[in-house]
Design a protein around this ligand. Structure first.
Ligand SMILES: Cc1cc2nc3c(=O)[nH]c(=O)nc-3n(C[C@H](O)[C@H](O)[C@H](O)COP(=O)(O)OP(=O)(O)OC[C@H]3O[C@@H](n4cnc5c(N)ncnc54)[C@H](O)[C@@H]3O)c2cc1C
Ligand SMILES: NC(=O)c1ccc[n+]([C@@H]2O[C@H](COP(=O)([O-])OP(=O)(O)OC[C@H]3O[C@@H](n4cnc5c(N)ncnc54)[C@H](O)[C@@H]3O)[C@@H](O)[C@H]2O)c1
Length: 470
């Protein structure tokens, strides 16, 4: 039986990062993949959704060009052409995640469904191999809620929506989380009549409520019907029955959440326990109940982001192979919903901060005060800094075009516990959307200068300098 230092189950964002890092350390690594290398992010997640959103943004710009005197574009697009752009983006990235590229990095790839046959053995295809350590990185899949008639209606999910070649006339999107909002806006801009149905009292329930409100307003302006606090009761004959009425559709897209891919992994044989919710039981260092098996990425039950999946995998591999014990600071993981405007967030929201840090303050800056937003005619957004003890930035939200680029520096602030004054000390380029957080932090720092204690010192210095340098 072949023996490996590390076997990795799943070749998505987590598995690819973990396998490559281990091979770079000099370990003998086997990566098992049952489907397509690259995982959700490349084939059905980040890459196709961002490519479709880009196509949709171009269409939207064309529609709005009438304001500038051009004959404005109208009507639906040829979805097959938009999807061809999506496929082109995937094709461009795919070679980096291929078995050939991995072979160059000294990672061996085994094709097939992997499952544990014992605490230190695994079968993939016809091969049984032994391992010193294993990384479970099998990701997640769309989950359908138990609504009568829903499964039988065979709705679209984020796995299958990419196969559409004709734009649906009426698209009902069930679930107003990040996937529902991104895809809902994209299809609406491409020309579909979109209705988003969300069970909670707002879109993006994990975001600052005000961010969700700005997004909902923008979607409504673009013709998306947003139904919040609505209960879906059953699906029958191309119609979704809800407590507020019947929504007839041409296609139904379900984006109500995902579940971890742990079925058929042979967890019992490996001595890997699951928790009461049926997910993998992992500790803060991502170790399962078998001390030689770790988990990373969506399967671990943490927030589903590619950037987090990669960091988790690298952390787990360093712990397994080198004994480096590190925890990931989950509070400083930025999240971005790539709608227009983008909703970017890091750390805690105001509500969460109250619960966790006690009294906190927020410093808001309206984007009417951000010159780049004014120049772009996009002042609907805002920046919010959540300030904890000693003025430390414990959370931030930016709602704006390109907010995803702006949030990275704020992630550093939350990660390192910077105060608003420390954040403000870095010069930001003008005019950018990053002026939002910078000006918010500068305003906070200026207020501190005027506060009773510091203010007295400042006034003393001013007075003294006046007297000495008449
Ligand atoms: C529509 C959509 C948009 C998204 N947009 C973003 C975004 O903009 N930014 C962001 O950060 N995140 C985004 N995400 C989330 C992101 O795609 C995931 O967090 C990321 O792909 C998780 O990587 P992973 O390695 O954990 O899992 P995956 O990428 O799902 O990889 C798991 C791999 O394991 C394989 N596998 C499963 N079981 C087995 C087995 N038994 N044996 C062998 N192989 C197996 C699967 O085939 C798969 O290739 C999006 C997700 C979706 C669905
Ligand atoms: N830009 C990004 O980084 C990005 C983009 C897409 C997805 N993701 C990640 O993928 C994961 C899955 O995303 P998602 O949007 O599918 O899931 P989600 O759990 O984030 O959102 C699902 C939404 O559906 C709603 N919902 C659940 N059941 C419902 C019902 N019966 N009727 C109506 N609404 C219902 C929920 O209240 C929630 O708002 C998330 O963790 C997300 O972070 C990230």
């Amino acid at each position: 039986m072949d023996r490996y230092d590390l076997v990795v189950l799943g070749g998505g964002s987590a598995g690819l990062t973990g396998a490559r890092l281990a091979a770079r350390f000099g370990a003998r690594v086997l990566l098992a993949e049952r489907g397509r290398l690259g995982g959700d992010c490349l084939w059905t997640g980040c890459v196709p959704s961002k490519a479709l959103l880009h196509a949709a943004a171009q269409v939207q710009a064309a529609r709005e060009a009438g304001d500038l005197g051009l004959v404005s574009a109208s009507g639906p697009v040829d979805l097959a052409k938009a999807m061809a752009r999506v496929k082109a983006a995937i094709r461009q990235i795919e070679p980096h995640d291929s078995a050939e590229a991995l072979a160059t990095d000294a990672v061996e790839v085994a094709r097939g469904e992997a499952h544990f046959t014992g605490p230190r053995t695994l079968r993939v295809g016809a091969r049984e191999v032994g391992f010193r350590y294993a990384l479970i990185a099998t990701g997640g899949s769309p989950a359908l809620p138990p609504i009568p008639g829903l499964a039988e209606a065979r709705p679209l999910t984020s796995d299958t929506v990419w196969d559409l070649t004709e734009l649906p006339g009426r698209l009902v999107v069930l679930g107003g989380g990040p996937i529902g909002c991104e895809l809902g806006q994209a299809f609406a801009r491409l020309g579909a009549k979109v209705t988003i149905v969300e069970a909670m009292d707002r879109l993006l329930p994990r975001a600052e409520p005000r961010a969700a409100a700005v997004l909902a307003e923008r979607l409504a302006t673009e013709g998306v019907e947003v139904l919040i606090g609505v209960k879906a009761e059953r699906v029958d004959h191309d119609a979704l029955y809800t407590n507020v009425g019947v929504l007839s559709y041409d296609r139904l897209l379900v984006t109500t959440g995902r579940r971890a891919n742990i079925e058929g992994l042979g967890l019992n044989a490996a001595g890997v326990r699951t928790d009461e919710r049926g997910g993998l039981q992992v500790d803060a260092r991502l170790r399962t109940s078998n001390r030689r098996i770790y988990a990373a990425g969506d399967v671990s039950g943490s927030s589903a982001f590619t950037h987090l999946a990669g960091v988790q995998a690298a952390t787990a591999v360093s712990a397994m192979l080198l004994g480096v014990r590190r925890r990931i600071d989950e509070h400083a993981v930025p999240s971005v919903t790539f709608t227009d405007p983008e909703v970017a967030q890091v750390g805690v929201t105001e509500q969460e901060a109250h619960a966790r840090h006690g009294p906190v303050r927020v410093r808001d800056l309206e984007h009417e005060r951000v010159d780049r937003a004014v120049a772009d005619g996009r002042t609907e957004g805002f920046t919010r800094l959540v300030l904890g003890r000693r003025g430390r930035i414990v959370g931030a939200t930016v709602v704006a075009p390109r907010a995803g680029e702006t949030i990275a520096h704020l992630a550093a602030a939350v990660r390192h516990g910077w105060s608003a004054s420390q954040y403000a000390a870095t010069i930001h380029p003008y005019p950018t959307y990053a002026d939002g957080p910078w000006n918010a932090a500068l305003a906070e720092a200026a207020d501190r200068l005027a506060a009773p204690g510091t203010g007295r010192v400042v006034r003393f210095l001013l007075g003294a300098r006046r007297r000495w340098n008449r």
